[in-house]
Design a protein around this ligand. Structure first.
Ligand code: HEC
Length: 318
């Protein structure tokens, strides 16, 4: 067959045009390989003539072998007619390109991709301008090969769908300012190893320890603040509490109610720094920290007066 195509190119072209699976074997293979690698001689159990050079992805492993043999100068065998190095490398490079681009054109089947919980939180923040604590509201995402944001690792389960449904209900209520909302509580906890014997940046001067956080108040209403910490043995521990930078005058700093407008507000709770050896005798000072702020809990809303005006509502309610 090979000989025929060689001697009667016109006939070959006619057959090629008539056959649907017609293909062109590159001249390089034709000239240097097909002599042995055809259906009849089948040298090395390889019929290169029967391979499809136009769709190298069909027999990619075989074509890879051919690249290697040609690059290594092992085929055509010693003593056979062979072109010089540049022609050999040129053909190998051309075949490599074909192989590479054939891989790129096999489209990957896209899997259904849901947002993981961090992506969900980011989407909510971008749409409504509120931060949600996903770790408390949604189940943890599985990781696949170290990534928690690829479709194959992000499955669905009844618990997950339930989690997202109840989270979205909470978010939608918070966003529109649902006046029928029942009270709930949120607790902010200081890191267990936080040194509370020194001033913490962002808290008022003259305080030590404590914490600063931002809380999203759902409605114009009253809220109950409970502050817990290690003040047990020292009755003189005094706390300094601020709301949006303004000092709050409350009779019982550990438990009080306060009217607050809807939206985000900054809160700081620190301990009034009454006594310390700093600057006097730092090394030998016998000074043990008395009192730490461990948890601040905010409960509410109580006696709501209205949904209030917040940046989020301005954004979604014209
Ligand atoms: C004179 C005959 C002859 C020619 C010409 C020839 N080969 Fe071979 N080829 C063989 C034989 C015999 C084997 C099996 C023994 C071996 O692997 O060395 C083989 C093996 C191979 C194999 C390994 C097959 C396998 O499955 O392991 C590849 C690939 C190959 N040849 C590619 C080529 C290419 C490409 C050309 C042209 C550039 C070529 N050959 C030219 C005779 C030939």
């Amino acid at each position: 067959m090979k000989r025929m195509t060689y001697k009667f190119p016109a006939l070959f072209l006619a057959i090629a045009a008539a056959t649907a699976s017609a293909q062109q074997t590159p001249e390089f293979l034709d000239q240097y390989c097909l002599k042995c690698h055809n259906a009849e001689d089948w040298a090395g159990s390889l019929d290169i003539e029967g391979l499809n050079y136009d769709n190298v992805d069909h027999d990619a492993e075989v074509w890879e072998k051919i690249v290697r043999k040609v690059r290594a100068g092992m085929m055509p065998p010693k003593g056979e007619d062979r072109p010089d190095r540049t022609v050999m490398d040129g053909f190998a490079a051309q075949l490599e390109d074909r192989l590479d681009s054939s891989v790129a054109t096999i489209p990957a089947v896209p899997a259904l991709h849901r947002l993981n919980r961090s992506e969900y939180a980011n989407a909510i923040r971008d749409i409504f301008g509120i931060e949600i604590n996903v770790a408390a509201m949604l189940p943890k995402d599985d990781a696949s090969e170290g990534f928690d944001n690829i479709a194959s690792g992000l499955g669905f389960s009844p618990a997950l769908i339930q989690g997202y449904t109840s989270t979205s209900m909470k978010i939608s209520r918070a966003v529109v300012g649902d006046m029928t909302a029942t009270e709930s509580s949120t607790a902010y906890t200081a890191p267990a190893n936080l040194a509370q014997d020194q001033h913490i940046e962002g808290l008022p001067l003259g305080t030590r320890g404590g914490m600063k956080f931002e809380h999203n108040f759902p409605l114009d209403a009253e809220y109950e603040f409970s502050i817990r910490g290690g003040f047990g043995r020292n009755p003189n521990i005094r706390m300094d509490i601020t709301l949006d930078g303004k000092h709050l005058d409350v009779t019982d700093a550990r438990n009080f109610r306060l009217p607050v407008t809807a939206g985000k507000h900054d809160i700081t709770v620190g301990i009034v720094d009454l006594k310390r050896p700093t600057g006097v005798n730092d090394i030998y000072g016998v000074y043990s920290v008395q009192g730490t702020v461990d948890t601040v809990e905010i409960k509410g809303p109580f006696n709501a007066t209205g949904p209030g005006k917040t940046a989020t509502r301005d954004r979604i309610i014209p």
